[in-house]
Write a protein that binds this ligand. Structure first.
Ligand SMILES: Cc1cc2nc3c(=O)[nH]c(=O)nc-3n(C[C@H](O)[C@H](O)[C@H](O)COP(=O)(O)OP(=O)(O)OC[C@H]3O[C@@H](n4cnc5c(N)ncnc54)[C@H](O)[C@@H]3O)c2cc1C
Length: 374
């Protein structure tokens, strides 16, 4: 056991996934002495199993602040990636020259068109998009099948390598003097004399600010400091193929080509509880849909598949909450940790440091799920 007198940080961030690493980096950059406590490989870790899209299409169709937040986050991405490259030498592989979401059935097309127009309305037209029929689409991507009805397109969308992103954030926060306590999960935390005491698997630590970014574990951990963050898992399965000659000019929601040339195919939305396994039925469905869109992939070999759990709030929008009972304790939960990474490292980290942050942050309290308060 580490003696607790030795363990003081300005800020403790619980969770070292994409959300925790981004805010810890942002706070360390603002001069905070940050300790990041992370779990182990047996935890649910969406940051290591996601699709890697920087995606605005459809986000916030039913909640204007989320549409605006996603747009603002995506707009920061190219500067963010350039900064990470210059600071760490890690190229996160950002390709942000638009993205397509294919429609194979009329019902999909109708729903997409409605969703896109709502996002545009919520952003006063700032969100630009096109609905493209098959002929226009094939002028841009000739490999698309004539079976595809069309696609939505937005110029702000893109993709990165999410593992390189996680690595770059970790490297940067260490360079800035933050401490990383890997495989040292937090067991509990409490408020004591205007500070927080965090008990981990190895010791007790004190801090002035405490930020819960532990993915699905936030629900349990943040409750110690009076925050009610209802979360549920939503499984996605993803496939990786062998490398193929480059043919995709940009990201799509169904298939993206990595900088190494493999194709990542995904992703499903399955309400199956805390089960990360893969199933032949879903793998077959995802592969078949990819081949319906791009028939030339018929003979490409799959290399592997995995499942991962999304961190979902009841309405699908993020949570940025400061504890009402214990000021200085915060919880952040979201299901778009790649897209929002630049926002988390920038304005959200500023807000966590007590600076004004971004006006939209206040639009995402967890209190909205508190029926008794409502
Ligand atoms: C299939 C799939 C596809 C996705 N695609 C995209 C996409 O294309 N674009 C996009 O923007 N987002 C996407 N996402 C969402 C994105 O991956 C998540 O929003 C993001 O990874 C959440 O990061 P997080 O840090 O909150 O959670 P996690 O990645 O789950 O990290 C939580 C961390 O907390 C740690 N932890 C747990 N318990 C404790 C404890 N007691 N003490 C200390 N640490 C603890 C864990 O070990 C883990 O490292 C996708 C997710 C999935 C599952």
């Amino acid at each position: 056991m580490v003696p607790d007198s030795a363990n003081r940080y300005d800020t403790i961030v619980v969770g070292g996934g994409l959300v925790g690493a981004a805010v810890a980096f942002g706070m360390a950059r603002r001069g905070r002495r940050v300790g990041v406590f992370d779990g182990g490989d047996r935890d649910f870790r969406a940051s290591r199993g996601n699709f890697g899209l920087v995606w605005v299409q459809g986000k916030g169709a039913d909640y204007a602040p989320y549409a605006r937040l996603s747009g603002a986050a995506a707009s920061c991405w190219s500067d963010f990636a350039a900064q990470l490259l210059s600071d760490t030498g890690i190229d996160v592989g950002l390709e942000q020259n638009g993205g397509y979401d294919f429609c194979l059935e009329q019902a999909e097309w109708d729903a997409r068109a409605s969703e896109m127009s709502r996002v545009a309305a919520h952003t006063d037209g700032e969100f630009e998009y096109e609905m493209l029929g098959n002929a226009e689409l094939r002028q841009r991507i000739p490999e698309v099948s004539d079976e595809v009805l069309g696609a939505s397109y937005s110029p702000l969308d893109g993709h990165v390598n999410p593992l390189y992103l996680l690595r770059a954030l970790h490297q940067r926060l260490l360079d800035l003097g933050a401490a990383y306590h890997g495989a040292e999960p937090v067991v509990s935390s409490a408020a004591e004399a205007g500070r927080f005491v965090v008990t981990s698997a190895r010791g007790r630590y004190r801090c002035e600010r405490l930020v819960f970014c532990a993915g699905l574990a936030n629900q349990r951990l943040a409750a110690d400091l009076g925050m009610h963050i209802p979360l549920q898992p939503l499984r996605g399965q993803l496939l990786i193929t062998e490398r193929v000659p480059r043919f995709l000019p940009c990201a799509t929601l169904q298939v993206r080509q990595t900088m190494e040339g493999t194709l990542q195919i995904g992703d499903s939305h399955e309400d199956v509880g805390y089960d990360e396994s893969t199933t032949l039925e879903v793998i077959t469905r995802l592969a078949a849909r990819a081949v319906r869109i791009f028939p030339h992939l018929r003979h490409v070999r799959l290399q592997r598949a995995w499942g991962a759990l999304r961190v979902m709030t009841p309405d699908g929008n993020p949570v940025y909450q400061q504890s009402r009972a214990h000021a200085g304790a915060y919880a952040i939960s979201c299901h778009s940790g790649v897209t929002l990474a630049a926002m988390h490292a920038g304005p959200v980290a500023a807000w966590l440091c007590g600076e004004p942050g971004h006006p939209l942050i206040g639009e995402f309290p967890a209190d909205r799920f508190d029926v008794s308060a409502a």
